[in-house]
Design a protein around this ligand. Sequence first.
Ligand SMILES: [Ca+2]
Length: 234
Amino acid sequence: MAYYNQPGSYNQQQYQQWQQPSQCYGSYGNYYQNSVFSVQAWQAFQFQSPSDLHVVFTDVMNRNPENSSRNAIQAEDLTNVLNNTPSIQNYFKINWSRELCSIMIAMLDRSMDGFMQWEEFTELLQCLVSWYNVFRQHDANGSGFIEASELVKVIKSLFGYQISPQCLETILKRYSRVIAGRGCLIAFDDFVSLSVRLRAYTDAFRKRDALQNGHETGRTTFEYDDFLRCVMCL
Ligand SMILES: [Ca+2]
C-alpha cells in the first residue's frame, strides 16, 4: 500500500495513469507531457550536443566522491551548475538559491534517494526551459516579472489546475511581491518554486486518493507522519 514511500519501488506505468486529466485535479499531466518532452534543454542553452550538457553534469558530480559513487549530484552542485555555467546563467538570468535547487531535486527525485541522477537532471532542465518560455510569453515588457492576473491564467488555463479563487489568493500572497506603481508581481524563481510545489503536492495527493479509493475522488486521508513526509521533502 505504501510502496510510493520506498526507494526503488516506483511504478512508472501507474504514475502515468495518475497523470491523466482528471475532474478533481485538472490536466497538468497533459501539459507536462506535451511541453516538457518536446523541449531540448541543451539546444536552448546553445550547446553543440547533449553530450556538452553531460560534461557539465559529470564535471560537477566528480568533485565529490559521494556523488560519483552514486552517479548523481546534490542541491549544492545543481546550484553551482545553474549559476556558474555561462550559457545556462545567460539563459535564465537569475541567481538560483540552494533552497530552490533542493526543492527542484525533490520534485523529480524519481529514484527517491535524495540525489539527482542524469535523467532527473535533464528532465528538470527541460521543465525549466519550458516554464521559462511560458514565463517570458507572459512577461510582455521583459521586466523579469509577470503580473498576478497572468499567473492566474497560467495556473488555471495553461497548466490546467482545478483550484479555487481562495487557493489562488493564498498562492499569490506567498509567492508575489508588491512594487510601488507596478502592483502585484511574480519573479521567475518564485514562479518555479510555486510550480514545483503545486505539482508535487498535487501528485502526492492524487496518488493517495487513487490508492485509497480505487479511483480519484478529490478526497483522501493522511496519517500525520505520511503528511509530514509529503511536505517536508519539499
Ligand atoms: Ca534521484
